[in-house]
Design a protein around this ligand. Structure first.
Ligand code: 5GP
Length: 193
């Protein structure tokens, strides 16, 4: 087991509805040393790519993306959930279905912060059905930027987001891939990588 799998096994809480709670170290209280380690691991995995920007989605993606952007020495841009239906023409938008809230959010990135010169590394905390990543890929594409790869802290391998994204031909790196989890027993197993 790697460092993240060990931590998930120790402190992750399995909830009904295929939800894994990692509030004690990633999603509410944050273990900064662990986040730094995650940043270094993504840096190692994508070190050969000419990354100019890290792209994520608010809110929980930001904490994971921050140490990655720091390791690459590049800016971090996060897609914001659009609050108003009147969105100006200065932004790229995409619709993302929230797995945990079960609703559609329109997310946006200012055209100022993503251009066709950018080589983007997309980062998020979880991968379930792939809607968040597909929205971010779409935004990068309409900006004319190049998606160099995608990094996920925790992929739920029993949902089909990972399959979808890899099928599109992207390099997708997940630090932990949950193979199964049981809300009754709390047991979590990981796919060997
Ligand atoms: P997807 O778009 O791949 O269906 O879901 C990914 C997004 O939903 C992530 O940005 C993450 O915030 C949230 N998410 C999905 N599954 C889980 C989960 O099991 N636990 C937590 N904490 N967040 C999740």
């Amino acid at each position: 087991m790697n460092f993240l799998e060990e931590r998930i096994k120790r402190d992750g809480v399995v909830k009904p509805g295929n939800v894994l709670r990692v509030d004690s170290f990633l999603n509410h209280q944050m273990d900064i040393a662990l986040l730094e380690q995650i940043g270094q691991e993504f840096y190692r995995r994508f070190a050969d790519k000419p990354i100019t920007k890290v792209l994520t989605i608010e809110t929980s993606g930001i904490a994971i993306a921050y140490p990655v952007a720091k390791a690459f020495g590049v800016p971090l841009v996060f897609a914001k959930k659009a609050k108003s239906v009147n969105i100006s023409g200065d932004v790229y938008t995409a619709e993302v279905e929230s797995f945990t809230q079960g609703k559609i959010n329109r997310v946006m990135v200012s055209k100022q912060y993503l251009t066709k010169e950018d080589r983007v590394l997309i980062i998020d905390d979880f991968l379930a059905n792939g809607s968040a990543l597909q929205g971010l890929i779409y935004i990068a594409e309409i900006a004319g930027a190049t998606v160099e790869g995608l990094g996920i802290a925790i992929e739920k391998g029993f949902q089909d987001g990972g399959w979808r994204i890899r099928n599109l031909g992207y390099q997708l790196e997940s630090l932990a891939i949950v193979e199964s989890m049981n809300a009754d027993t709390g047991e979590i197993t990981f796919k060997e990588q």
